[in-house]
Design a protein around this ligand. Structure first.
Ligand SMILES: Cc1ncc(COP(=O)(O)O)c(C=O)c1O
Length: 386
């Protein structure tokens, strides 16, 4: 059987295996030294005061929202194009969610569209807005910070695509996760992400009050004032969102490879761009701020399907038949059955969704497979153009 080329995949080497094996030989395989060590290394990596690991990107978002004291009826604004996690968690809390439209090329909420959403919905008081850096390209953070100041609200980053990404500020590169301009950043460590712990997540913040609450909600709301483990109190109800030492051990050895991963992802991304950008005037790569450094989590291409007299589904099926797995990132949230309020489609989100898809990128993608993907894509255009 011919194996399919996925759109993303983890990369595990012998150092990962040996680190995980070491963690399994410790007396504590959860709440042990590997967790502390991973968090210490993450604080240094992000240059942030507090970094907490947890068991998924979704739990990272939930912790961020709980610590921010987002409550029933509080206004939260987020992009209509995103993975469902941020929306689900806010919905479960009972927040009043407004979906902002996105840039039709990058799929990201922009400061202008955020302001339009505030104006259109006559929103007066905002508890928080949540940004998402589609594909790992962290755009417009400084402008979002200005909006945060203007509306005196929280700026939370769903940076689940952006581990290792940086943005430029005063001629210096700042890591997403440093929380220099935001209140909280969250990351996912799912196997498709730039580094993985199997399942896992990270929350970072420079706000010590938020940090205290994140830690508390991560482990049942427990607080200890004494060195004796049997003496504890519950200050709030909480969850078990802890990450084990086994996962943290994998995180430590994956983190050691981050520059190596980013370099390879950049190479793969740039190769696609050279071979496909503007191919027959039908394929385009979004334009980003070139001074920033992305994580290259995804390769997003937009295709002029109208001109081709085809649609995205035809293309995805064609790729699938040729053993290439691509993906939609993402279906607009208001298009899901569970979205209860009156469906109001957002123009750019619809345009983005109709034209954009992700093609394979991962550390171990072989050059021969990348060439095959490029050839298969080109063939589609050769035979489709009227
Ligand atoms: C943008 C975004 N937010 C949140 C999540 C949720 O992360 P996890 O799958 O680790 O819960 C993901 C993961 O796919 C994501 O891509």
């Amino acid at each position: 059987m011919i194996s399919k080329i996925p759109y993303g995949r983890q990369y595990i080497d012998k150092n990962d295996l040996s680190k995980v094996s070491k963690s399994l030989k410790q007396p504590l395989i959860t709440t042990g030294n590997f967790v502390d060590d991973f968090e210490k290394k993450l604080r240094k990596f992000f240059k942030v005061d507090n970094a907490f690991v947890c068991n998924s990107g979704t739990s990272a978002l939930h912790l961020a929202f709980l610590a921010s004291d987002i409550k029933k009826g509080d206004v939260v604004i987020m992009p209509a194009i995103n993975f469902i996690s941020a929306y689900s968690m806010c919905k479960l809390i009972g927040a009043r969610i407004y979906l902002s439209d996105v840039d039709p090329k990058t799929g990201q909420m922009t400061p202008k569209l955020l302001l339009e959403c505030i104006k259109r919905n006559k929103i007066r008081k905002i508890k928080a807005f949540i940004t998402m850096y589609m594909g790992g390209f962290a755009e417009n953070i400084i402008e979002f910070h200005r909006i945060k100041k203007r509306f005196n609200c929280l700026f939370i980053e769903d940076a689940c695509h952006a581990f290792g990404a940086s943005y430029i500020y005063k001629k210096k590169l700042i890591k997403v996760g440093a929380c220099k301009h935001s209140d909280i950043s969250t990351f996912s460590l799912h196997p498709l992400k730039p580094i993985t712990t199997g399942e896992g997540g990270i929350v970072t913040t420079n706000n010590n009050l938020l940090a205290k609450k994140i830690k508390q909600f991560r482990s049942h709301g427990i607080i200890r004032h004494s060195k004796f483990h049997w003496k504890y109190d519950i200050l709030s109800y909480g969850f078990n969102y802890r990450l084990s030492d086994i996962n943290s051990a994998l995180g430590i050895s994956q983190l050691e490879k981050i520059s190596f991963f980013l370099k390879k992802r950049k190479k793969i991304y740039e190769y696609y761009k050279t071979k496909l950008n503007n191919y027959k005037n039908l394929i385009n790569f979004p334009k980003y701020n070139e001074k920033n450094k992305p994580s290259y989590h995804l390769v997003l291409i937009s295709i002029d399907f109208k001109n081709l007299k085809k649609n995205k589904d035809d293309f995805l099926k064609y790729l699938y038949k040729n053993n290439i797995i691509s993906q939609f990132h993402y279906i607009p949230i208001y298009n899901f059955k569970t979205f209860k309020s009156k469906k109001k489609k957002l123009k750019n989100s619809e345009e983005y969704h109709a034209s954009t898809l992700s093609i394979p990128i991962y550390h171990s993608l072989k050059n021969k497979d990348q060439n095959l993907i490029i050839d298969v894509i080109k063939k589609f255009f050769k035979y489709s153009k009227n």
